[in-house]
Design a protein around this ligand. Structure first.
Ligand code: ATR
Length: 264
């Protein structure tokens, strides 16, 4: 039986196995998808197992999306530009790194029917997923991307990959049409200690976090009269694109799929 994996650290709360195994069953594919918590010096061996086809393919999550790159043979153009890999496939003897987070974010925004063109976007955080979000936003022709991260240097580093990013001090917010929480604040019910009230309403408050389904950031956004959306659809669509890369089948995404993200 073919075996697929998600690797990361921590990995305990990953819902990827639940989602991927659901689609495997739905499509009568004789395979299993598991999760493994790794430390950095174990990456090489796991990836070697893909080359040997002991493992058929894998997803990569925090904090290894960049760290896996040296062990791969080639990257898709999107993975190359973002220096971020979340899906590894084995094709014609080569290990190929893909980035399906971009697709996930793009499709989630399209699903919302929100037109990003000409919008001012403020991103909070500069962790692993931010280069994918910036890539997707640039393709949507946003007007301006500002990034505010507690560790300013990490936001500055993104300028190596992308032009025209406006880097702000943490807490020094600028006017926005869309604000995206890409920090880990909210995973454990934390508040983000920033004042969004002076920017008016009818903005989009987007949180990459989907579990809990409504972070304090989204609660506050809603209270202030804004549109809110969590990272659930982004998560599902990055997974569906990975499934398609491995199995050549686009899995069904519907209300049932969304329900899989709950009660865990
Ligand atoms: P990584 O940074 O390893 O890629 P991540 O989960 O993708 O991990 O990113 C966590 C993000 O949340 C980072 O932007 C982090 O800010 P730092 O770069 O300063 O670490 C941000 N973050 C985590 N805890 C935070 C806190 N208490 N206040 C503000 N930002 C925080």
């Amino acid at each position: 039986m073919k075996k697929y994996l998600v690797i990361g650290n921590p990995i305990g709360h990953s819902l990827s196995p639940k989602l991927q195994n659901y689609w495997l069953k739905q499509n009568n594919i004789n395979a299993v998808y598991d999760k493994i918590k790794l430390v950095e010096n174990e990456i090489k061996e796991i990836i070697h197992d893909i080359k040997k086809q002991k493992i058929a393919g894998c997803n990569v999550t925090v904090p290894f999306k960049k760290k896996v790159i040296p062990f791969l043979d080639t990257l898709s153009p999107e993975a190359e530009q973002t220096q971020s890999v979340n899906t590894i496939i084995f094709e014609k003897g080569n290990l190929i790194g893909h980035n399906t987070d971009i697709f996930g974010f793009d499709k989630a925004i399209k699903n919302l029917n929100f037109n990003m063109k000409g919008k001012k976007v403020l991103i909070l955080g500069a962790g692993g997923v931010v280069s994918s979000i910036v890539f997707a936003l640039k393709k949507m022709n946003v007007l301006k991307i500002s990034i505010s991260n507690r560790t300013k240097q990490k936001a500055e580093n993104l300028k190596i990959l992308f032009e025209n990013l406006n880097i702000l001090e943490w807490g020094n917010l600028t006017d926005f049409d869309v604000v995206i929480n890409a920090t880990s604040l909210g995973l454990n019910n934390e508040e983000i200690n920033l004042d969004f009230s002076k920017f008016g309403k009818n903005k989009l408050f987007y949180d990459v976090i989907y579990n809990p389904s409504e972070t304090n950031f989204l609660k506050k956004g809603k209270e202030l009269g804004n549109i809110t959306e969590n990272g659930g659809k982004m998560f599902i669509y990055q997974a569906s694109e990975a499934f398609k890369l491995w199995h050549g089948i686009e899995p069904v995404v519907n209300f049932e799929t969304l329900k899989l993200l709950k009660n865990d």
